[in-house]
Design a protein around this ligand. Structure first.
Ligand code: DGT
Ligand code: CA
Ligand code: CA
Ligand code: ZN
Length: 582
């Protein structure tokens, strides 16, 4: 029995977890984790590749050793290395380690000190107040763990946007290249920019429905498809090797607008739209507006603008369609002038080989220039983050000399500034003293460690950084990681109030695993008078292309360009930084 891509990715992920539990070298742990993610994102069936004699080394993060392990799994349906580890590490321990706030170290201690093997036993021990027998843990820990276990059981199998989006685009491109296909879109939650995706809803328009069958046939036969869940002339559903489900609907061009609006959703927005139609004596479904009495001809809409016009509204952008006030705003002519990707011409957060990035300062500058950026800030990690090569003060000045040189060499085509992503340490102090921060062009402060501190403590820690006049931006403020790391327990109202007072900006981190601030928080921050910045936090050149995820998150948060630092002209930006206490 041979394994699917998804099963192989699952095994590598578990191996990574087991190695981590055993306290193995972090590079080894990461090698398996990265391999797992690459295979999940890989479009082709590994079984087919093996049959064709193709090399697995073409898959990112797969070298000779991991290739051999893939071959073993394809040939035998198992992995001996996995079985060996599984004999040493109980399966229940891995589940335990995935509980927010537990992690490998605590899981080990529960096992060794209390003989707890799995989540169920842990839950019981927490309820019975037995965890406080372990040193350093108390009633608070027990309450946190119980809450986290409950959250875990609520978790569904949604796919991160950053995984689903490229797959959807790649399939769509091939459909768009087929004869008779007039246009196509990934609708549903992808088009609305939700951080996680249930399934992908593709729509394709043709001139006449006679043209649909060959398109449908090509779709269900694509390399990515593991199984066909439903196959009809105008609608099919497939499951990919990665486990992701994709629906494709083919429709006539003259109904494009109605169908696109319907399948973009959200359901809540659609219900409001149907209500507005009824107010005008019309019934609205995915095909058309019709007269419930059947007396008048149905109204077909080729564009979404036509759909909104039919109910007396201006066009509403997909990212707003959540029934969060957009209908009322449209009625009152008060829709926001949403930020667009074209408004962004700077990136204020990125890493280089000075810490954990893959490229030099010069290479990052060139990559940013290629992408049309007008200025960037190099912000490597600070000294207390030894694991990712955080810079000592001495290294910081060496780096500054290099950045000044690169900036000069760029001859004004792009400006390159020197910043830092400074750690807000566990004890609440900042990682560099003020007299160092003063000499940097731009300072980001971020939380990476001790994210599970109690609400009051971690909020105070963040606000302390907000109040430092040398800090310009809080990086990924809530510290979430999609899908499995919940945000820190921060009092965001207090953070936003402090941010407004100090005039500091807050980040929307565009990395689709972060999207932090998320839309609702970004919206609240702007309403309360705070500034934002949308940054890629790039560790490699192609990471800079993730900016659109940050922009769609901002759009979901009703954000306009004027609230976002990196849409500003350089002069205005520099002026703002200068006025901030240096
Ligand atoms: P997902 O897939 O869970 O991430 O979220 P969506 O929004 O993509 O939802 P999905 O795939 O179930 O359906 C796509 C769109 O189709 C949805 O946003 C609105 C529309 N839709 C689906 N079912 C219904 C329904 O029962 N009533 C209404 N009004 N609209 C629906
Ligand atoms: Ca969907
Ligand atoms: Ca769907
Ligand atoms: Zn960073």
């Amino acid at each position: 029995m041979s394994l699917s891509n998804r099963e192989i990715a699952d095994i590598f992920e578990t191996v990574s977890d087991m190695l981590q539990l055993k306290g193995e070298n972090v590079h080894r742990v990461l090698a398996y984790r990265n391999a797992s993610e690459s295979i999940r994102a890989w479009p082709r069936d590994l079984r087919t590749m093996q049959r064709e004699g193709a090399s697995f080394n073409d898959i990112p993060n797969i070298g000779d050793t991991l290739s051999e392990k893939i071959i073993e799994m394809l040939d035998t349906g198992k992995l001996q290395f996995y079985d060996k580890l599984a004999a040493e590490v109980p399966k229940g321990m891995i589940d335990m380690m995935h509980i927010n706030g537990v992690g490998p170290k605590k899981a080990q201690r529960f096992y060794k000190e209390l003989g707890i093997h799995n989540v169920q036993e842990l839950e019981q021990a927490a309820r019975e107040g037995k965890l406080r027998d372990v040193s350093g843990m108390g009633a608070k820990t027990e309450a946190n763990i119980l809450a986290a276990i409950e959250a875990l059981s609520r978790q569904t199998t949604r796919t991160p946007l950053g995984v689903a989006y490229p797959i959807a685009q790649s399939i769509l491109e091939r459909l768009l290249a087929m004869p008779n296909v007039l246009q196509g879109v990934a609708a549903g939650s992808i088009r609305r920019g939700r951080p996680t995706i249930g399934d992908v809803d593709l729509l394709v328009a043709v001139t006449s429905m006679d043209e649909a069958p060959p398109i449908m046939e090509a779709f269900v036969k694509m390399d990515e498809v593991e199984r066909i869940l439903g196959n009809g002339p105008t609608k099919s559903s497939v499951e990919l090797h990665s486990g992701l489900q994709i629906d494709l609907r083919i429709l006539a061009q003259e109904r494009w607008g109605t169908a696109l609006a319907y399948f973009t959703g959200s359901q809540a927005h659609n219900i409001r739209m149907r209500g507005l139609a009824l107010d005008k004596g019309l019934s609205l479904n995915e095909h058309e507006f019709s007269d419930p009495q059947g007396e008048k001809e149905p109204i077909l809409c080729a564009t979404e603008e036509d759909v909104y016009a039919a109910v007396g509204l201006p066009y509403i952008a997909p990212e707003l369609r959540e029934d969060r006030g957009e209908i009322e705003a449209a009625q009152q002519g008060k829709l926001p002038k949403l930020i667009t990707l074209e408004d962004i011409h700077a990136d204020l957060h990125m890493h280089t080989t000075w810490s954990d990035g893959g490229l030099t300062v010069r290479e990052m500058a060139e990559a940013a220039l290629e992408r049309g950026r007008k200025f960037i800030v190099i912000t490597d990690h600070s000294r207390s983050l030894g694991m990712v090569g955080g810079l000592t003060i001495e290294q910081l000045w060496e780096q500054q000399a290099e950045i000044r040189q690169v900036d000069a060499d760029m001859n004004g085509k792009i400006r390159v500034f020197h910043g830092t992503e400074m750690e807000i340490k566990g004890d609440g102090t900042l990682d560099y003293p003020d007299d160092v921060l003063e000499k940097l062009d731009f300072v980001i402060a971020s939380l990476h460690v001790s994210l599970r501190q109690p609400r009051e403590q971690i909020t105070e820690r963040l606000i302390n950084a907000v109040n430092n006049p040398h800090v310009d931006l809080i990086g990924h403020p809530r510290g979430q990681y999609i899908p499995d790391r919940e945000p820190a327990d921060l009092d965001m109202d207090a953070v936003f109030a402090a941010a407004k007072d100090s005039g500091i900006a807050l980040e929307i981190n565009a990395n689709p695993r972060r999207l932090d601030l998320e839309a609702d928080y970004a919206r609240l921050a702007v309403e309360l008078g705070c500034l934002l910045a949308i940054n890629t936090d790039a560790h490699a050149a192609d990471n800079m292309d993730l900016m659109h995820y940050g922009v769609s998150t901002a759009r979901r948060g009703w954000v306009e360009a004027k609230s976002v630092l990196n849409t500003w002209p350089l002069e205005k930006f520099l002026d703002w930084v200068q006025k901030r206490g240096r």
